[in-house]
Each structure stands twice: as structure tokens, then as C-alpha cells.
Design a protein around this ligand. Structure first.
Ligand SMILES: [Cu+2]
Length: 298
């Protein structure tokens, strides 16, 4: 019996050691280490004013979960040690009902869900709050299977002239944003539901086909850190869903203006109306010429 316990204890210690070394090994990689400091979020997050609220919510959820986990583990270990079997011919008192305990473990999770829910609603309100006058407006099109970004000349006129960039299945487009300025995204899809996600901004939103004008899903961001970010589609939207990547560059105002001036001077990137997919989806962007719409080669 004594020997068994020792062997088990030794095995447990070995397991803990292996686990700890995995953690340490992971922490050696600088990117992973940065993510540890960001509670497993991308190292360049939150990246926007609005993302800060989301980041705080995420951190709070982690802390609450860790406290709950700590208490639960402590109770498990305490109970299994304190009420262990002490000899071969005797078993510990068998308790079937404990009303106070049962009330506790019914009420406690309900309270937790209420608190999580309240904070989630609060942050959601803050993040989706309309910004009265955005500085820049971008009409984003997610189409099978890439992205088109229409930069409005004026936020007052969604149907007016735009400068645009469009990706294809084989070329990843880049969305350029201005640091310290609020950009409003209006999301359109000509085909199926996609989802617009800039990972470092900690915020994503579905793109629903059929929505037009001001009824489209939309939200605003105010990037506050110059740098490169990654974008993805997070709605399984077809065979080449995995190709729906885009890059995001946040630039200071001088660089942004220079980029826009260059884009507007290029006849291949200007249009007198936004490209919102439809007939454009298979020509302007989405597919390279040698691929059929269902993904095979022509
Ligand atoms: Cu998609």
C-alpha cells in the first residue's frame, strides 16, 4: 500500500514536471511569450480604442474563470484528502444530500452567468456605439473568396466615387487605415454569409447578403497603433474559405494621405461608384481566371 502511494506520487510529480517544461518551452518563443502577456490574444492587440473595452472584458473573464478554477481545484483536493479512506476495513461516511452545498452550487453559476452577461452587454454597447461623424468610410465586400475595399471619397455619399483595392483567390489584398481617425466599415456580400475579422482589433462582424445601403451591418474602429495586422473571414463560406485572408496596415496620417493619393491616381483602382460584388464578384475579384466558381480548374 505504502509503495503504491509512493509510485503514484512519483508519477504525479513526473506529470507535473513534463507539463511545466512544456509551458516553459512555449514561453521561450518571443511571439508566444508576448501572447502570454496578452492573455492568449494576438501580440498587437487591442489595436483600437474600441478593442480596449473588449480586451478588458476578455481579461476579466479569464480572472473570474481562474478564481473559479482555483476554488474548485482546492475543494476537490481538500475533499479527497480530508475524507480519504483511512483503513482497509472502514469506509468514510457516505453523504448523499447536502442542501446548503446544493443551493450554493446552483446559485453561484447563475450569479456568474448574470455578471458575465451584464459585462458583455455593456461592452457590446460601447463597441457598437454609433460614431456620429466618421473620418473615413470603407465599404467592405466579402465575396467568394476574397475581399474588396472601397474607400469612399466622402462619407456622405456611399454611392459616389471610390478608390478601391480588390483581392483575388491568389492575391491577398491590403486594407489601409489611418491612425487616430475613426473609420466606419459597411459590410456587403454578393453571395453567402462571410465574417469580417481583423484579429488584432478583437472584433468581428458577419456580412449578410441582401443587406443594402444603411441597413448593412456596420461598425467603426479608431486604430491607435501604427503597424501590420491580419484579417480573415470567420464564416465557412465555401471551398476557398481558407483563402479569404487580407492584410491590414495602420499608417499615420501623412503616410495614409500619400497612399490614398497614389491609389486615386491609378486608373485601375478608381471607380465612380463602389464595387459591391454581384457581376463584379467573378471578374474584379474573387477568382483568378483559370478557376471555376466551384473551385475546380477550367
Ligand atoms: Cu468568407
Amino acid at each position: 500500500m505504502g509503495l503504491q502511494m509512493t509510485r503514484r506520487a512519483r508519477r504525479t510529480a513526473l506529470g507535473a514536471l513534463v507539463g511545466a517544461s512544456f509551458l516553459l518551452l512555449g514561453a521561450c518563443d518571443p511571439e508566444t511569450e508576448k501572447q502570454f502577456h496578452h492573455w492568449a490574444m494576438p501580440s498587437n492587440s487591442p489595436g483600437t480604442v474600441q478593442g480596449q473595452d473588449i480586451f478588458e472584458l476578455w481579461k476579466g473573464a479569464w480572472i473570474a474563470a481562474l478564481i473559479t478554477g482555483g476554488i474548485t481545484w482546492a475543494l476537490i483536493f481538500y475533499a479527497s484528502w480530508r475524507f480519504r479512506r483511512r483503513s482497509d476495513d472502514e469506509i468514510p461516511v457516505q453523504t448523499r444530500y447536502n442542501l446548503p452545498l446544493e443551493i450554493f452550487y446552483t446559485i453561484a453559476p447563475i450569479m456568474m452567468v448574470i455578471v458575465f452577461f451584464a459585462h458583455t452587454v455593456r461592452v457590446q454597447e460601447a463597441v457598437l456605439n454609433e460614431t456620429p461623424a466618421p473620418d473615413n468610410c470603407v465599404q467592405v465586400v466579402g465575396q467568394q473568396w476574397s475581399w474588396t475595399f472601397n474607400y469612399n471619397e466622402s462619407c456622405d455619399n456611399d454611392n459616389g466615387p471610390v478608390a478601391y483595392t480588390a483581392g483575388t483567390g491568389s492575391q491577398i489584398p491590403t486594407l489601409v487605415l489611418e491612425e487616430g481617425k475613426t473609420t466606419e466599415f459597411k459590410l456587403s456580400s454578393p453571395d453567402v454569409i462571410h465574417s469580417f475579422w481583423i484579429t488584432g482589433f478583437l472584433m468581428k462582424m458577419d456580412i449578410i447578403p441582401g443587406q443594402t445601403g444603411d441597413d448593412r451591418n456596420h461598425f467603426s474602429v479608431t486604430p491607435n497603433k501604427v503597424g501590420d495586422y491580419r484579417g480573415k473571414c470567420t464564416e465557412l463560406c465555401g471551398v476557398y474559405h481558407s483563402r479569404m485572408l487580407f492584410n491590414v496596415k495602420v499608417m499615420d496620417s501623412a503616410d495614409y494621405d500619400a497612399y490614398m493619393a497614389k491609389l486615386k491616381a491609378d486608373p485601375e483602382h478608381v471607380s465612380d461608384h463602389p464595387l459591391l460584388g454581384g457581376s463584379h464578384a467573378s471578374t474584379t475579384a474573387g477568382l483568378s481566371a483559370d478557376e471555376t466558381e466551384t473551385g475546380g480548374n477550367k
